[in-house]
Write a protein that binds this ligand. Structure first.
Ligand code: ADP
Ligand code: ZN
Length: 848
């Protein structure tokens, strides 16, 4: 494809290059699978043996098999080469006679993993002084290699073991008083590490927020208690002030700070210092939360609270969810409810049921739909809700985390990372808008919240509730094979009809109208809406002003020097920006190649649409919502509440406006270009298009005045657009499954992707070829049926100055794909001086 083609496709997607948040970019010796041998058990599967997203039948070590044991201790390596040990085990079989056990199992060992290479796990001896206190889920300091300082690691298991035949080093110190995650979460970490092929230490770093690890918002406070065995005689010999301090402490019986003591006694802190020196007062240092952490005011956006009587279909859905909650079994429920069917109310009622039994719940929503409205709906119904979002300060995040862990929170609401919230009595996990791509993390570990939530729910024996008007094909397929229970809500509340959808064929000049992006029918509909004092939403999934800057004389396209992608012209400030790496220059007034004066801006972005809309509808109050205008904290909230109050007539923007909003006065939704995501080189392109159009269409017709939708498209006959225009999810799925079946794409098969990148094209390609050869021989060795595609340059062939190649693996079962990669990359190393990195993406949702 040409550069321009790919640009057209790319810009319409929310896209974060995998390198974007690369705090943990894989180095040239990345996963060290060789030192990462655990065969962790997945959390127990559902009643049906296969796991829903990736049914497995065991041909190779399964990626998801039920087992009570976390991972057999012998899976862990000792610090030394394991060969001697391994041989020993074999020699003695698995059942040594009891007297040998007694002699050999004489030490307590800790398995420790590290987030930086080498990743472990390694065994350490636990010295007697730490025996009582060291628990899995704690951080420890241990000696590693020749390093002088001790290295931070995570304890993943404590076990009896043998110190015979190997030299073991001691755990040096404990860094936590209590584990940062309980046993179930440690298991989840190990499973994630295995499934996503990421060192467990790095999974811990994701699971436990950095603010928690750093103790953000805490301070150390010293408390004093009187020494034991103090006699009255001793005390009475002390100077008066010191006496008063000691007597006060003894009578109060509780540890007290120096400042408090000084105030109570009416002295300076000097007598206390002296007592401390004489060891009459014993200090104890505690780490505590600041009492004055600023918690951002949480408020509703003004939606009126109302007691709702559930509709019949809501009631039926609720009963099935409650039954699942009461069953005490892990199971997946798919709530397929059309837009406006009242899914949120069902979640709330189900959680009320959980809370009434002293349980708690997690609700995950795409961050962008974590609006004040969503928040308000939950906060008005529960005593204690923790809302997690990306704009929280570290101390605020830490504060909530501690509350959650202490069991003080009933409901946690947040984006994908909320799946790790350490609620002690978790009774239900809800994944709202489960089809949303933001649930997949685009940096290491590349986990999907749905998959992780499933693992966590099944291990705890609690239900996972997936909700969507446009379920992902994965979830849908699971419901069709009995791995998930389908609950349908086909109607909107209050008998409201689904909105009428009108397709505008942009190929027809008469329809298209003049030169702008707003077609004649859409123009007329907007005028009508404004006349009727209604509100309108216009969707255009590309930000910026113009998406290409091209010279009409020589054809030169102004592109990013590091990414080979065209720059987007932003009108504010006259900038030309790369949307992939943020490279920015002033927009050149003439062609940088041939100096032709009259460079042209092509392609349409939201800024340009805004200009057109303002010119065409001068009386309308218009607001633009995209990641450029929503940069400042609170701006999202502000615009939405202005919209709710009727201070804005028209909201236009990227997919930000397509999700979750529930405003009764929206009478019109316009989709400027429904095809923008359709021609992606991605097997999910049609699915994304269907979802986007259906979701944005669902923003209208939510009040008593009805609503209509106008979808502009160059391919009105496309099945995804046809199905979306008829609100016909089933028809879409039926047709799309035919395509998936043809190539065994998900949900039928499983896919993984390996990306290789480096500064030199030929060397990078050579490494990719080397990986291909290893994959092929691993496949042959395993006798597995894995299709391997590539290596080939992905649509973004160069990013941030690095050339990229990728390989796609496909098989019927996830476990087979996973094991093939694990085998192939074990021990694989590249020459550090070539600076070539590779990374593995299991179940990728982004193929760019
Ligand atoms: P969905 O998430 O399914 O698109 P929402 O949960 O946003 O739908 O609900 C749509 C609207 O219907 C909301 O304004 C909500 O308050 C309202 N609603 C939900 N349940 C009921 C009910 N039983 N009776 C009346 N209104 C309801
Ligand atoms: Zn760039």
């Amino acid at each position: 494809m040409t550069m321009l083609d790919s640009q057209l496709m790319l810009d319409s997607q929310p896209f974060v290059p995998e390198d974007r948040n690369n705090a943990t970019v894989v180095s040239s010796a990345p996963f060290s699978q060789s030192t990462f041998p655990q065969t962790p058990s997945a959390p127990p599967a559902e009643s049906s043996p296969a796991e829903f997203l990736h049914p497995t039948s065991v041909t190779v070590p399964s990626d998801s098999f039920p087992s009570d044991e976390l991972f057999p201790p012998e899976q862990f390596k000792s610090q030394e080469e394991p060969s001697a040990d391994a041989a020993q085990t074999e020699l003695f079989e698995t059942n040594p006679p009891p007297w040998e056990l007694a002699v050999e199992d004489d030490v307590l060992l800790a398995s420790i993993v590290f987030s930086k290479s080498p990743h472990g796990p390694y065994d350490y001896r636990i010295p007697d002084s730490l025996r009582e206190d060291l628990k899995p889920g704690m951080r420890v300091g241990v000696p590693l290699g020749h390093r002088k300082k001790s290295t931070l690691g995570w304890c993943v298991a404590v076990k009896e073991g043998s110190a015979a035949h190997r030299k073991l080093r001691d755990v040096a110190e404990l860094l936590d008083d209590t584990p940062l995650c309980d046993a179930a979460l440690v298991r989840l970490v190990m499973w994630m590490g295995h499934y996503y092929q990421v060192p467990a230490g790095q999974v811990f770093d994701t699971l436990i927020p950095s603010s928690v690890r750093a103790g953000a918002g805490t301070r150390q406070t010293t408390y004093f208690t009187p020494a034991k065995d103090l006699t009255d005689e001793q005390i009475s010999k002390l100077p008066a002030k010191q006496q008063a301090v000691v007597r006060l402490l003894i009578s109060s019986g509780k540890p007290t700070t120096a400042a408090e003591l000084a105030v109570a006694v009416g002295c300076t802190e000097d007598p206390i210092r002296r007592l401390r020196k004489k060891e009459i007062l014993i200090p104890e240092v505690r780490r505590e939360m600041h009492s004055n952490i600023r918690i951002l005011a949480q408020h509703n956006d003004g939606e009126r609270k109302q007691k709702l009587e559930l509709t019949e279909q809501q009631q039926a859905a609720l009963e099935r969810i409650n039954t699942a909650v009461d069953s005490g079994r892990g199971r997946t429920l798919l709530l397929h409810g059309v837009t406006g069917s009242g899914k949120t109310e069902v979640y709330i009622k189900a959680i009320e049921h959980v809370v009434s039994q002293a349980g708690s719940a997690i609700v995950m929503v795409p961050e962008i739909s974590l609006t004040p409205q969503t928040r308000g709906r939950f906060e008005s119904r529960f005593d204690s809700v923790a809302v997690l979002h990306s704009q929280m300060s570290p101390s605020e995040r830490h504060y909530h985390w501690q509350r959650i862990r202490r069991g003080e929170v009933q409901v946690v609401i947040g984006p994908r990372s909320a799946v790790f919230a350490p609620l002690p009595n978790l009774g239900l996990i809800v994944l709202d808008e489960e089809h949303d791509t933001s649930f997949k993390q685009d940096s290491q570990p590349r986990y999907h919240a749905r998959k992780v939530a499933h693992a966590r729910a099944m291990a705890l024996g609690i239900p996972l509730l997936l909700g969507s008007a446009t379920p992902s094909l994965e979830a849908w397929h699971a419901s069709q094979c009995g791995h998930a229970e389908l609950i349908s809500m086909p109607n909107r509340v209050a008998n409201r009809p689904m909105p009428d959808v009108q397709l505008v064929d942009l190929r027809i000049r008469d329809e298209r109208g003049g030169s702008g992006a707003i077609s004649r029918p859409l123009h007329a509909a907007v005028l009508e809406t404004i006349r009727d004092k209604g509100q309108a939403i216009l969707l255009l999934n590309r930000r910026g002003f113009a998406t290409t800057i091209q010279c009409p004389s020589c054809g030169h396209v102004v592109a990013c020097p590091d990414c080979d992608m065209p720059l987007t012209h932003h009108r504010d400030g006259g900038k030309a920006m790369c949307h992939y790496c943020d490279y920015t220059i002033g927009t050149p007034p003439w062609c940088p190649a041939c100096r032709f004066d009259g460079i042209r801006y092509g392609g349409l972005g939201t800024q340009k649409l805004e200009m057109e809309a303002k010119a065409k509808f001068p009386n309308a109050r218009i607001a633009r919502m995209d990641s450029d205008t929503m940069k400042r904290p609170g701006s999202h909230q502000r615009v939405l509440s202005e919209f709710r109050n009727g201070d804005i007539d028209m909201l236009l923007g990227t997919q930000m406006i397509a999700k979750g909003l529930d405003f009764p006065n929206v009478l019109l939704v316009g989709v400027i270009n429904a095809d923008s995501a359709l021609h992606f080189p991605d097997f999910r392109a049609a699915e994304r298009t269907f979802q986007l159009v259906t979701q944005v269409a669902g923003r209208t017709g939510r009040g008593d005045r009805g609503g209509r939708v106008i979808v502009q498209t160059f391919t009105p006959e496309h099945p995804a657009i046809q199905a979306a225009s008829r609100h016909d999810y089933h028809k879409f799925v039926e047709e799309e499954m035919v395509n998936r079946r043809k190539f065994n794409y998900p949900p039928l098969g499983s896919v993984a992707r390996i990306i290789i990148r480096g500064p030199l094209e030929d060397k990078t390609e050579a490494v990719a070829d080397g990986i291909l050869a290893r994959l092929e021989s691993a496949r042959d060795l395993l006798g597995s049926e894995v299709r391997i595609l590539g290596p080939a340059p992905p649509p973004i062939g160069r990013l941030r100055g690095k050339y990229r190649f990728h390989l796609l693996l496909q098989a019927t079962e996830a476990a087979v794909v996973g094991e093939t990669i694990r085998r192939a990359l074990a021990d694989f190393k590249t020459d550090p001086k070539d600076e070539i990195e590779f990374l593995v993406d299991i179940d990728p949702v982004n193929l760019l």
